[in-house]
Structures are given as C-alpha cells and as structure tokens.
Design a protein around this ligand. Structure first.
Ligand code: SF4
Ligand code: SF4
Length: 414
C-alpha cells in the first residue's frame, strides 16, 4: 500500500513503524473473514482492512472525527486478523499508534471520558483496586445479579511455595490479578517448586501497561514499562532465567516493550532484554515436561475422568502464537479435553473492552460460552485473568486458570 504520512509523524519512530506496516498490506481482505466485529456488523470499517484505511488516512493528515473513533473503539485488539494475514501485517502495533494519535485529536463525551479515566487510574493501582474488589467479594452475596457476575467469588490462594532452588524466575504479579485471583500465582509457585524452580515476585513491579496503552495513553504505558524494568533489573542481572507471566494479555505487552521504548536511550536495550526473557508460564512448564511427566507417572489418574475445555485467549494464540501447548500439558496431567468450535474467536473480554463496549462484549461472551460448554465440560480452563472473569460472569461452570488445575492434579498425585 502506498503511503504519504503527514509531517507530524513521518520521521518519528511510531511513524516509521506505521509506514512499514501500512506498506506490507496488500488490501487482500483475507483478514476480514476471521474478525469478530466484521462478522457481527458486516461493515468493512468494522474489519481490519477498513480500520487500516482509517488509520492510514489519519496518519496522512486527513481530518478525523466520531466515525474513526467509533470503528477503532469497536476493535477488540484480539489480533485474530494477524493470524490470518498472509503478508505479516503487524496490525496491533498500527492500532496502538492510531489510537494514541486519535486520542489527541478527537474528544469524547463526558461519560466515556470519566469511565476511561476511572479505568486508567483505578485498575493499575493495586492499593486502590484490591480493597475495592475485596469489599465487592465480601458483599457479593448481597449484590444484584448483574453486579454479582462481575465479581469473582473469593478463593483461598493457598501457600506460596518457599523452596530455595538455585534456578529462579521472576513472575509478573500484574495489577488486577492479585486481587481477583491470587491463587493463580501461588499455584504457579507450587508447580515450579516441584520442578526445582523458585518463583520470585518483585514488589515494585506492577501493571504491565497494556491497559493504558489500549486506552490510547502511550506515555503512561511507557512509565509502567520503565518502572517494571527498574524493579526487575537487579534480579535479571543476578541471573533470573525468565520473566514469567500467567496472564497472556500482559505477556504480549512485555514483548511490545521493544517497540514502546525503542526511542528511549536509557531503556531501549533493557526493554529488548526483558522481551527476550519474557515467557508464558506454559513455555516455562513445557520446557520441564519430562520432569512433569515423572511427577505425574505412577500416581492415580484421578483427573482422567474430568472433562475440561480450554479457552485459548487471543493474546495467547494470536499475540504470543502459542497454540496447543496448554492443551498438551493438561492432557499430560490426565484431563480429557472437550472440543471447542471457532476457537480462534475472541470471548469479548479484551482488557477493558467488556466495560467500554458491554453489548458487543456480552454477545461475544455468550457465543463463546455456547461453544465452550457444548461438550459438557466440568470446568473451563483458560490462561488470562480477563477472559477468566468475563467468562465466569456468564456461566455456572467453574472457570479456572489451567495452572490451578495442574497444581491440584500434582497435589492429588503427591
Ligand atoms: S484485532 Fe480483532 S477485532 Fe480488531 S480488526 Fe483484528 S480481528 Fe478485528
Ligand atoms: S490480510 Fe493482511 S494484507 Fe490482506 S488486507 Fe488484511 S492486513 Fe492487509
């Protein structure tokens, strides 16, 4: 695609990225076939190719307004289009650039402005979010059904493993996950402990920055990235093997630190090192598969009769391109996996999307739950806290992180 980017962006790192991405697109439209919002609205501008045109026009200096905002807001950032694109168009990076420019150009109504500000300021601050969420859990039985569904029932996280192994990984705690489902990282620590790996969480690290980036606040996302790098750096220099994440949505953001901080001379190289070390928990566990199989072998396969279904988050399958690994690990642990139709489609959670676009988010959730529960699983396993909470809001089937199921299986085997 020919481009003539406007002066305001042409010679910036973001402009160069956008130019390269736009030039790769050959307008073929293959991506529209797998785009959830195109399937829903049937409008070219609610598909990736249409959004690419809208962003291109904006970056070339055309006037933009509510129409561009509407169609970019409706994008889930699910990256299904990237999996389909034969030309390797890095759509999500282009969208981040487009949203950041759009946020400076087009104002929003008061309700949208307040909602976005609340999300940006409340969710990434655990000292604000955690007490509010805990209060919601405490009064959950009294909440009206619509609100009750938004709050996960409290589950005891159990003890964090304290084994002192020479092999160490840093774990990203994240912003909302420790309050919503603290058991995910404690379960991870226990599984790693059995595999001879110590998991460390570094207190000063926090939100990965994805939330603020996807809300169009690139500078705040850069601050999040710099704070995390500073917090992790001593452990990295001391020999941590990996920076592990249990929320795949956060993982895609850690990989994107490379783009985010490329023009920051103090952090560009460090960001590249962090991205190199970043690993989804399934990659870390998968690398220890032989040990895992030995741990499981010879014990009663109590999980074998338990049918579970795996919901692969978009960030895992389209963002990180990790496909089939979690299912294989669950199979190793003796779970029977039920099939899921249209597994490539988003569940509608998509970070803050389900709050900002509730009608679309709910429709996609209900479609996804129909597909997931068709095989009558006893539990739905997933790999991202946002998907977990969003899916749980629409079903009585327990929705768990897959590492919790593996931890329980290993506990039963011990
Ligand atoms: S990221 Fe998802 S919703 Fe957005 S254009 Fe691509 S496929 Fe469609
Ligand atoms: S599939 Fe790729 S090259 Fe084709 S229109 Fe979509 S983004 Fe462009």
């Amino acid at each position: 695609m020919e481009t003539k980017l406007a002066d305001f962006i042409r010679d910036t790192p973001a402009g160069r990225d956008a130019d390269g991405i736009l030039r790769k697109c050959v307008h073929c439209g293959f991506c529209t076939a797998t785009c959830p919002t195109y399937q829903m609205f049937g409008d070219e501008l609610d598909g990736p190719r249409g959004r690419i045109y809208l962003i291109k026009q904006m970056l070339e200096g055309a006037a933009v307004g509510a129409k561009t905002q509407l169609h970019l807001d409706r994008c889930l950032s699910c990256r299904s289009c990237e999996s389909t694109c034969p030309s390797g168009v890095h759509y999500s990076r282009l969208l981040d650039i487009g949203r950041s420019v759009l946020e400076q150009r087009v104002s929003r109504g008061p309700v949208d402005t307040v909602t976005r500000a609340a999300l940006k300021h409340l969710l990434p601050r655990p000292w604000l979010f955690a007490p509010a969420y805990r209060l919601g859990q405490y009064f959950r039985p009294l909440l009206p059904a619509a609100l009750k569904g938004k709050v996960l029932a409290y589950r005891s996280p159990g003890r964090k493993a304290a084994g002192n192994h020479p092999r160490r990984v840093i774990a990203l705690a994240g912003c909302v996950q420790p309050a919503m489902a603290p058991g995910i990282n404690t379960a991870t620590s226990r599984v790693l402990d059995r595999l001879g790996i110590r998991m460390e969480e570094v207190d000063r690290a926090g939100c990965c920055g994805a939330l603020r980036l996807h809300l169009g606040d690139e500078e705040a996302a850069k601050d999040d990235a710099r704070r995390n790098i500073d917090a992790w750096w001593p452990s990295i220099e001391a020999g941590a093997e990996a920076i592990l994440f249990t929320a795949s949505g956060c993982g895609t953001q850690l990989l994107d630190y490379v783009h985010l901080l490329q023009d920051d001379p103090a952090y560009a190289l460090k960001a590249a090192r962090v991205a190199l070390l970043a690993r989804d928990v399934s990659e870390v566990i998968g690398a220890e598969r032989d040990t895992l199989l030995r741990l499981i072998a010879g014990h009663p396969r109590s999980a074998k009769a338990t049918p579970v279904v795996f919901h692969a988050p978009c960030s895992l399958q389209h963002g990180l391109k990790i496909r089939g690994s979690v299912e294989a690990l669950l199979g190793d642990a003796g779970f029977t996996l039920t099939a899921v139709a249209d597994a490539h489609l988003c569940c509608g959670s998509a970070g803050a999307y389900s709050v900002l676009q509730p009608a679309i988010g709910t429709q996609l959730r209900d479609n996804k739950l129909s597909a997931l529960t068709a095989g009558e699983p006893a539990a739905i396993a997933t790999a991202n806290i946002g998907c977990l909470a969003h899916l749980q809001s629409g079903t009585s089937v327990p929705v768990r992180h897959w590492i919790e199921l593996l931890d329980e299986r290993l506990s039963a085997a011990a």
